[in-house]
Ligand binder design. Sequence first.
Ligand SMILES: NC(=O)c1ccc[n+]([C@@H]2O[C@H](COP(=O)([O-])OP(=O)(O)OC[C@H]3O[C@@H](n4cnc5c(N)ncnc54)[C@H](O)[C@@H]3O)[C@@H](O)[C@H]2O)c1
Length: 324
Amino acid sequence: MHFQLEKDISSKTINRIVVLGQGVMGVDIALTLALAGYEVTGVDLLDSQLKTAETRTRANLSLMVKGGLVEQEAATQALTRIRRSTDWDTSIAEADFIMEVVPEDLTKKQAVFKKCDELCAPDVIIASNTSSMSISLIAEAMQHPQRAITAHWTIPAHLSPLVEVVAGVETLKATEAKTVAVLERLGKHPVICKDTPGFIHNALQGALIKASMDLMDMGIATAEEIDAVVKNGFGLRMPSVGPIQFMDMVGLDSIVNVGDYVAKTLDNPAYRAHQRIREKVEQGDLGVKTGQGFYQYPNANAEEFWEDINGRIIKTLKANYYQT
Ligand SMILES: NC(=O)c1ccc[n+]([C@@H]2O[C@H](COP(=O)([O-])OP(=O)(O)OC[C@H]3O[C@@H](n4cnc5c(N)ncnc54)[C@H](O)[C@@H]3O)[C@@H](O)[C@H]2O)c1
């Protein structure tokens, strides 16, 4: 039914990307786009906000050069590609692709999407940086919701590789594919998520925050102790293994034993190991040590697995703990 629109979106050349909102996230998103060669307009309500955006961009670029992430010449070029404006209508009308980065307020986002819908041709993708809201709701008042999508960047946006991509009920496949292509050109790591509140990243982060608050409420740990445990413990492994593969690495039988002991001791069934983990243990699939857990580890490759993981952890350790 939207055959022509699919074609138009797929074949659209994207030169200028307009970033609506130049706060914490919008500034760094604009910088990332400019570094990848896009012409960028950063839009906000106030001149003062744009001045702050300019200062922060220069500071970020100089740190990236100092850290060896970007050549000085590329940084200088990126600056020339960013224009900033408080003129919403003119800026939106010039866009080939829009990143909406205004506050997390459904009414504000809906109004911005409606305005963009009215001012842009239907093949201009409009992507929201919402952390939690449904893109189907944000796009509710649009004539062309097929080009609405979520691209949820993670802080700090110019450094963090993850961007969650979420399609709404009306979003076309071409919109999703084009958005992923733009993000990959930036060197980002897009992950397609379902349109549920908080997506994957914030659902996981929320669980960790909830567990931390519970430990504080129960008088088991202070804020400093919790942060120290995460930064020096599993936080160190997180760039190499996520929580699922982490369990395979530890051994799923150990995960069950620890969970059950804590649940019994604290008299809190919430700590009991999940049924999914118990089923694996019952089948004898204990993780890396048996060659099968949530992932497969052919015996010949178990050594390879440890070499890879430990090699990566050593790199993280050296970068974070042993640099002079
Ligand atoms: N801060 C984070 O760590 C983070 C991470 C991922 C996603 N997000 C999401 O990104 C979006 C922006 O967050 P932020 O942290 O950059 O917010 P922020 O408050 O720092 O910036 C929002 C900017 O939008 C401007 N703005 C534009 N249109 C506006 C309007 N109609 N009304 C009011 N202000 C308007 C504000 O002046 C402000 O500069 C939110 O949806 C947020 O959930 C934030």
